[in-house]
Design a protein around this ligand. Structure first.
Ligand code: HEC
Length: 103
């Protein structure tokens, strides 16, 4: 009986870990780490987070184009903000975090 309980607990722990591993990437953390240096200061002409006038014409391109430009780069915007270790999903989460207040 004891062994059964231990096995069940291990199973629950594995399931909980799997759920955490599959959770949505944390857009805020990724933004802070990979995007903020330019998108908070306007460095290199980057549109500043929450600057609606700067983002309005960009938002008109649609989210798919903005995701594409964030992942693959666009003029002075380096692909993935220069952090090629980020997955496409992580970059998209950072775009969502940056633009969500304006959507
Ligand atoms: C080295 C500075 C720099 C970093 C780091 C950076 N960006 Fe940018 N980003 C720019 C610049 C500059 C532009 C404006 C490009 C232009 O329009 O010429 C831009 C534009 C964008 C755009 C708008 C593209 C468009 O089509 O208008 C998005 C979306 C974006 N960045 C997302 C991100 C995300 C997400 C990150 C972090 C993963 C990030 N950027 C990191 C400099 C940076």
């Amino acid at each position: 009986m004891k062994r059964l309980a231990a096995t069940t607990l291990t199973g629950i722990a594995v399931l909980a870990f799997a759920a955490i591993a599959q959770a949505e990437p944390d857009g805020e953390a990724i933004y802070n780490q990979a995007c903020m240096a330019c998108h908070m200061t306007g460095a290199a002409g980057a549109p500043i987070k929450d600057d609606e006038a700067a983002w309005a014409p960009r938002l008109e391109q649609g989210m798919e184009t903005l995701y594409d430009h964030a992942i693959n780069g666009f003029q002075a915007m380096p692909p993935k903000g220069g952090q090629m270790n980020l997955s496409d999903e992580e970059v998209k989460a950072a775009v969502d975090f940056m633009l969500e207040p304006m959507l």
